[in-house]
Design a binder for this molecule. Sequence first.
Ligand code: BDR
Ligand code: CA
Length: 333
Amino acid sequence: MTKPVKIILDCDPGHDDAAAILMAAVHPAIEMKAVTVVAGNQTLEKTARNALNVCSASGRCGLIPVAAGMSRPIVRQQVIAGDIHGVSGLDGPSFGPPDIEMDPRHAVDLIIETLMASDGDITVVPTGPLSNMAMALRMEPRIAGKIEQIVLMGGAYQLGNVTPSAEFNIYADPEAAHIVFTCGRPIVMMGLDVTRKVLATPDVIARVRSLGSTQAVLFAEMMEFFAKTQKEIFGWEGPPLHDPTTIAWLIDPGCVEVKPMRVEIELRGELAYGRTCCDFFGLENSNDSPGSVTFVEKSALDRPKSANARVAVDINAARFWDIVYETFAMYGK
Ligand code: BDR
Ligand code: CA
């Protein structure tokens, strides 16, 4: 049996973050070293409480530190997604008192300590705004050399979900995203282009619910609330299960097709602030890339720009839902 992938899950629960936590906590292919929390879908106070509730409900996180981190983005004014995730950030299910406590460390310190003490074999999995990761990279730049890879949910090479151009996690802290996308470590980007292909339709929810465990029922209750707001705002027949695509990819990379691309974050545009500008066609790979314009002054736009991320371009939805189902089945009855 291959060794489990060690991860730090950096999240902002959030319904789909919560599903990602529940999957990562139980699957033997994943070893969670820490759950770090950032403001995003709601304020930090709420996302941290939600993370603790979900970790507690998993029954598998007793020894895993859960720490709260950045309550604000690095530069921009704070935005939250209460319209999608509700007033609590995780509306729908109710939780009893958690049986675990918050780790007293700041999440940024926990990320730094965990990475620096590692053998360079930890994958960082951000499923919220990248404020914690960016701050950790700035506070201790040596952590870059300790990150095996970053597998994140965020961005899109096509359409946004908070503006026509931008996806929420990147829009909520574009400057942080810039720091992460330029850190020089391998990045896998699960963007809206694929997460919109995995909608938790009623049949998917019923299939997981039928497993009968507390965690499977929790998944179903969360998805039923998430479905309502996604239907109202986007008209989807089910909520896109964004964040668990990262965990599914770690369990079975064959379920997602990725393509190397240059990804840069728009930081100055008025209309496209927070967009992940993805060079899908490799137009800027070199000065004579097919389709590129001819530059009269050689260094005018700092070319060539090589790929810095593998961007998800397709997902096998049936396989993805089997992974979700099989993973929740690991909780038993
Ligand atoms: C992302 O934004 C949040 O609302 C979700 O949790 C997900 O991480 C999708 O744009
Ligand atoms: Ca999230």
